[in-house]
Write a protein that binds this ligand. Structure first.
Ligand code: X2X
Length: 339
């Protein structure tokens, strides 16, 4: 049966006018035309999920209930690696994923994670809302996924540890650090002569708690909302890379949505991304005091020796080769010369 909402509503008013409307009929909302799943790896309390729920409500309202976006936080549907497969097969319609993890499928998507590339968040948005982001989205499209225009913020990443503060690059020598599942992350921490272990985020807390690894690296907003401070002692504010989440759709599922409704969905997703960026910036700027009060010991290392170490290890020239001339020159046009 394809009863459109308009038909349904006019049916309701006719029934009301005739005084024949039964109570169960009033209480039951019409089923949505589209019920899509959106999965992510972040805690329920992170701005990503707060804004996502708000966005789902706005989409429901503007589509008159025809589009029902269900939010699944916290890797409820599986690890990032699993969820990426589900997104590709259509088991999940939407997924936010770090470009660096997506790079296992779309190599160019790791480009924003090059060590110490961005000086600040303004430079990030200029690049990611500009030519660099457009370049990456084109590459994502070739893999049959759709990336919404606005990338969501994770933030500049900081290193935490249960054993020692990271003051200079020499402290990373032999350091057992969890990194997300991504060649760029592994390569960068190998260049520091650390011992990186690739572990999905849903296992990070327990791997720190059981000391499978000594440390990990993530933005303060996430160290706070994922309560990593409970199982870590030190936090070294290295700002060693900027990381963001592409809001991805399965192409078939996306194209099934009628064009006018698709525009409404995209509008609310991109608006939520902008709000989430502002929330994360505020959280990253303000949460250090709260984390310090919870016992995390902070230090602010000089980034220069870390960069020198990467340069000497050949990290920049290696990744320049991997990303290729087009990608690298687009990155350097945004942030200046890197190698
Ligand atoms: O896995 C991580 O560390 C996280 C949550 O920051 C990413 O998604 C890259």
């Amino acid at each position: 049966m394809t009863l459109s909402r308009r038909t349904f509503l006019s049916g309701v008013s006719t029934a009301v006018a005739a005084g024949t409307l039964g109570a169960p009929f009033v209480a039951r909302a019409a089923p949505a035309d589209f019920t899509y799943k959106y999965a992510n790896n972040l805690p329920d309390t992170h701005p990503m999920n707060i804004r996502a729920r708000e966005m789902a409500a706005a989409i429901r309202a503007e589509t008159d209930g025809r589009f029902d976006l269900q939010v699944f936080p916290n890797n409820q549907l599986g690890s990032d690696t699993d969820t990426l497969s589900q997104l590709r097969s259509g088991g999940v319609e939407f997924f936010t994923l770090s470009g660096l993890i997506l790079s296992t499928l779309v190599p160019a998507a790791a480009i924003n994670g090059v060590g110490f590339a961005f000086p600040n968040t303004d430079a990030v948005w200029k690049a990611m809302d500009g030519a660099l982001g457009a370049f990456v989205r084109e590459e994502i499209a070739k893999a049959n996924l759709v990336a919404m225009d606005k990338i969501w913020d994770n933030g500049f990443r900081q290193i935490t540890s249960s054993t020692k503060p990271i003051v200079g690059p020499e402290d990373l020598k032999g350091f057992k650090i969890r990194v997300p599942v991504s060649p760029l992350w592994t390569s960068m921490f190998r260049a520091f002569e650390a011992a990186p272990a690739s572990i999905n985020f849903n296992e990070v807390y327990s791997s720190l708690q059981t000391k499978v690894v000594e440390g990990q690296e993530n933005p303060l907003a996430l160290i706070s909302t994922a309560k990593l401070y409970e199982v870590q002692v030190y936090c070294s504010v290295t700002n060693h890379m900027w990381d963001g989440f592409w809001f991805l759709a399965n192409r078939r599922a996306w194209e099934k949505i009628p064009a006018d409704m698709r525009a409404v969905v995209a509008k609310h997703i991109n608006a939520a991304a902008e709000n989430e960026r502002a929330d994360v910036a505020a959280l990253n700027a303000g949460v250090e005091k709260e984390l310090a009060a919870r016992g995390l010991k902070f230090n602010q290392p000089d980034p220069a020796p870390f960069r020198d170490k990467l340069r000497k290890a050949g990290f920049y020239s290696e990744w320049k080769g991997k990303f290729g001339d087009k990608g690298w020159s687009t990155l350097e046009a945004a942030v200046g010369q890197l190698s």
